[in-house]
Design a protein. Structure first.
Length: 104
């Protein structure tokens, strides 16, 4: 992984807080648009290869907002609807499979 990829990854790290108040960093894997909404697939950032096998993935709706000072922000809201989340996971899987085929 070159330095540009690493810097790009660092910019797409989102911190979530679990029910115990622990901060868990998630990396954005990809974005898709579905039914007029933007969604992101995130995966838990881990330090070891062993943890990678068990890392959690979540699907979030990306919400664009504008602060009072005019600064644009994004927030990531986990998708609660299991049927919608599964549909989005299928879309992400298809998109990634198509991208892998194009690279071959």
């Amino acid at each position: 992984m070159d330095e540009n990829e690493l810097n790009s990854m660092e910019e797409d790290i989102i911190d979530f807080e679990d029910e115990d108040g622990n901060v868990i960093p998630f990396a954005v894997i990809d974005y898709v648009f579905y039914n007029g909404e933007e969604y992101a697939l995130l995966t838990e950032v881990t330090d070891s290869e062993e943890d990678e096998e068990n890392q959690e993935c979540i699907v979030c709706r990306v919400v664009q907002d504008t602060e009072e000072d005019g600064e644009e922000t994004e927030s990531f809201v986990p998708v609660e609807d299991e049927a919608l989340a599964q549909k989005l996971v299928d879309i992400f899987n298809t998109k990634m499979a198509d991208e892998e085929k194009e690279e071959e």
